[in-house]
Design a protein around this ligand. Sequence first.
Ligand code: SAM
Length: 259
Amino acid sequence: MRRFLVDRIEEERGFCIVSGPEARHMIRVLRLAPGDRVTLVDREGRRFEGAVHSRGPEGVRVDLIRPLPQPPPSPVYITLCQAVLKSRAMDFVVQKACELGVDRIIPVVTERSVPKMDDRGRSRKVKRWREIAAAAVKQSDRARPPVIEAPLSFQAVLGLEGETRDTLKVMLWERERRCDLKALFRGSGHMPSFTGLVGPEGGFSEREAAEAEAAGYTLVSLGRRILRAETAGTVLVALAQYEWGDLHVPGTAVDRGSA
Ligand code: SAM
């Protein structure tokens, strides 16, 4: 059944109004008719089977039929602190990280992050990133939408506490020559919460690397090749999800020791 995102499903109402681009997709592209069955997913991750009832000025009315089970969230909570990148690169890493199950994305303004944004530009970009995230949620059928925060300064990000006390905090540092992700992952047991910090096209400064290390981030290398920032952010989320999350067949007790 086709999935459609709505803001909020209120079961007691017995129906939901699908509006905006989702409604247009229903009617103009898919030409859904009364009685057609759909799956509705809201921003809290609630899911219902529904039946198209009618279309009106505010959108398409869908009658709620029955609640559907939510897919289990990943066992690891992943936060990606991504230095703000140029438009298409940032769109890319937001989309891919959402498909890979990232739970929170914090855009970071670093010394060398390129787009300098005024308030209007900032809110416009956050709105765009949230739309990209919503579309990725729908496409990837993930449990619940990620949180896309408004941009924070580098220092503000370093001051944030992780989701849990034992959050593993990692900074991808292209000039790191001692520690790599493989060694770090192998040396740590299951991590329920992971925060990854990724730099801009121009990289992090020495000062930023020292400040991050002082704030409890482990500086790690992804090897000798220099990845584009959006590639690095995507790879980091994928590796954390692979190591501690749910990049495996659902229901298999994947024991890391046997991997
Ligand atoms: N301007 C930097 C240079 O030429 O060395 C490259 C920065 S890279 C394009 C953007 C970000 O991706 C880096 O700040 C880092 O966070 C991450 N990154 C890319 N390749 C990496 C690697 N091999 N090891 C660690 N981090 C990497």
